[in-house]
Design a protein around this ligand. Structure first.
Ligand SMILES: [Zn+2]
Length: 403
C-alpha cells in the first residue's frame, strides 16, 4: 500500500470550520485515511513523510466553469477567430496546456462549460487513462445554442424542441459528463441578445430531462431574468451567471423564485471573470462597454442571492477575455472585495460547495474516506487569499502532480 504522511503548519478542511494547527494527514493509496491535529507526528508510518513548514493544506480547488478551448485574449473577436481557425491538433494542444496550467494553479477538478466537438472529452480521457497529467475534467462537449445564438461558433446548434432533444442525446452518446444550454444570449456573441431567451420552457425542460434520465446534471447559462423562471422550473442543477437583469441597467431580484432555487437544491455559479476583476486590471475601467458599467448592480444582486441563502459556487469562466485559467486566485480576491465575502466563505464555494454542485461527493473536503485531492500553499489563505498564488504542492487522488 502506498502511504504518505503530510504535516504542515495549518489545515483547512473545506467545511468552513476553524483552521487546524499542526495537522497530520495520512494518505493511503488514493484516499485520506485520517486527519489529526497533533504536535508530534505519529511514530509509525511505513511510507513517505513530507513536512511543509509555514504552509497550509487545503482541499484541491474546483473551478465549475471554464472553457479550455479558448485563449483569454483581450477581445471577443480575437477569441472567436482563434477558436474557429485553429486546427484540430492546435485546439487539442491548447486544451491540454490549459488543463495543465489549471492543475499547477491548484485546481484538481475543472468543469468545462463548452468547447469544440469532442475535443475536451479526448483530453479528459487521456488524463483519466494516465497518459498525461492534468486535473479531473467534466465535459459537456459544446453548449446547446440556436443558429445565431450565444457561442453558435462552437457549433452545437439546435432550434426546435425536436432538435434540442436529439442534440442532447447526441451529446450523451459522445460521452459528456453533463449537458449545457445557453438559455439566453451572451456578451461574447454579437448576433445574440443577452436580454432575450433563446428557448421556450419545453425545450429547456427537455434538455434537463434527457440529462436526468441518464443520471447527468444540466447547466444553464442565464444572463437575464427572462429565462430564469423556466430554468428554475426545469430544475437545472447549476445556473451559470444567474443574472436577474430585466433592463440594461435594472436588476429585479424575486424572493419567490429565489425560494424555489433554495428548496430545489439548485446552485448558482457567480462569475468572477476578467471584467469582474476590475480592481486588479486597471485597463478594464477604460472599457466603454455595458457589462463593466453595470458591475455594481450585478454584485449587489449577487450579494442578495447569498444573503437569501442560495447555494453558490464561484467560477472563473476562464478562457474568455482577459481571463487566463491559471489566475483563478485573482477572481477569488475580486469576490472578496466586490461581494464582501470572507476568505473562508470563498474557499468553501470553490471546494466543498463546488464538489456538491457538480455531483462529485468524493472530494472537496479533507476528511477520512474522501479522495486525496489537496493542495499546499505558502502562508495562511484564510487570512490572505494571495497565498493561493503561492502553490507549493498539488496532489490528485493520492498522487503528487506538482511538488
Ligand atoms: Zn462560459
Amino acid at each position: 500500500m502506498n502511504q504518505i504522511l503530510l504535516t504542515a503548519d495549518r489545515l483547512w478542511d473545506g467545511v468552513g470550520g476553524p483552521t487546524m494547527q499542526r495537522p497530520v494527514v495520512r494518505i493511503a493509496d488514493h484516499m485520506i485515511e485520517r486527519v489529526d491535529s497533533s504536535l508530534l507526528p505519529p511514530a509509525t508510518c511505513s511510507g513517505e513523510r513530507v513536512d511543509f513548514p509555514g504552509c497550509t493544506i487545503l482541499p484541491g480547488l474546483i473551478d465549475t466553469h471554464v472553457h479550455l478551448v479558448m485563449s483569454a485574449q483581450a477581445t471577443n473577436e480575437a477569441i472567436i477567430a482563434q477558436v474557429t481557425t485553429e486546427t484540430e491538433a492546435q485546439l487539442l494542444a491548447r486544451i491540454e496546456a490549459n488543463a495543465q496550467a489549471a492543475l499547477r494553479a491548484g485546481l484538481t477538478t475543472i468543469r468545462d462549460c463548452g468547447g469544440t466537438k469532442n475535443h475536451v472529452q479526448q483530453v479528459r480521457d487521456r488524463i483519466r487513462r494516465g497518459d498525461i497529467i492534468g486535473p479531473d475534467i467534466l465535459a459537456c462537449g459544446g453548449p446547446i445554442t440556436t443558429t445565431r445564438g450565444h457561442c453558435h461558433w462552437l457549433g452545437l446548434i439546435a432550434n426546435t424542441c425536436d432538435e434540442v432533444e436529439r442534440t442532447a442525446q447526441r451529446m450523451l452518446a459522445e460521452d459528456v459528463d453533463f449537458l449545457k444550454v445557453m438559455a439566453t444570449g451572451g456578451n461574447m456573441t454579437a448576433s445574440s441578445d443577452p436580454m432575450q431567451a433563446q428557448y421556450d420552457a419545453s425545450s429547456l425542460r427537455c434538455i434537463a430531462d434527457v440529462g436526468r434520465r441518464a443520471n447527468k446534471h444540466a447547466a444553464a447559462h442565464v444572463l437575464s431574468r427572462v429565462a430564469l423562471p423556466d430554468v428554475v422550473a426545469a430544475n437545472y442543477r447549476t445556473i451559470e451567471h444567474c443574472d436577474w437583469r430585466v433592463e440594461e441597467y435594472r436588476y429585479e431580484f424575486d424572493p419567490e423564485l429565489a425560494r424555489k432555487i433554495v428548496d430545489q437544491n439548485q446552485y448558482v455559479g457567480l462569475t468572477m471573470s476578467g471584467l469582474a476583476r476590475r480592481a486588479f486590471l486597471p485597463d478594464v475601467k477604460t472599457f466603454d462597454i455595458a457589462p463593466v458599467k453595470r458591475l455594481d448592480l450585478r454584485f449587489a444582486c449577487e450579494r442578495r442571492m447569498i444573503d437569501f441563502g442560495i447555494r453558490y459556487t464561484i467560477h472563473s469562466d476562464a478562457g474568455v477575455r482577459l481571463c487566463p485559467i491559471d489566475q483563478f486566485a485573482l477572481g477569488l480576491r475580486a469576490a472578496e472585495l466586490e461581494l464582501k465575502l470572507t476568505p473562508g466563505e470563498i474557499l468553501r464555494a470553490v471546494t466543498a460547495t463546488a464538489a456538491e454542485a457538480i455531483g462529485l461527493f468524493d472530494r472537496g473536503v479533507l476528511q477520512a474516506g474522501k479522495r486525496a485531492d489537496l493542495i499546499v500553499v505558502e502562508g495562511d489563505p484564510l487570512r490572505d487569499l494571495r497565498c493561493l498564488e503561492k502553490v507549493r504542492a498539488v496532489m490528485k487522488a493520492g498522487v503528487w502532480c506538482n511538488r
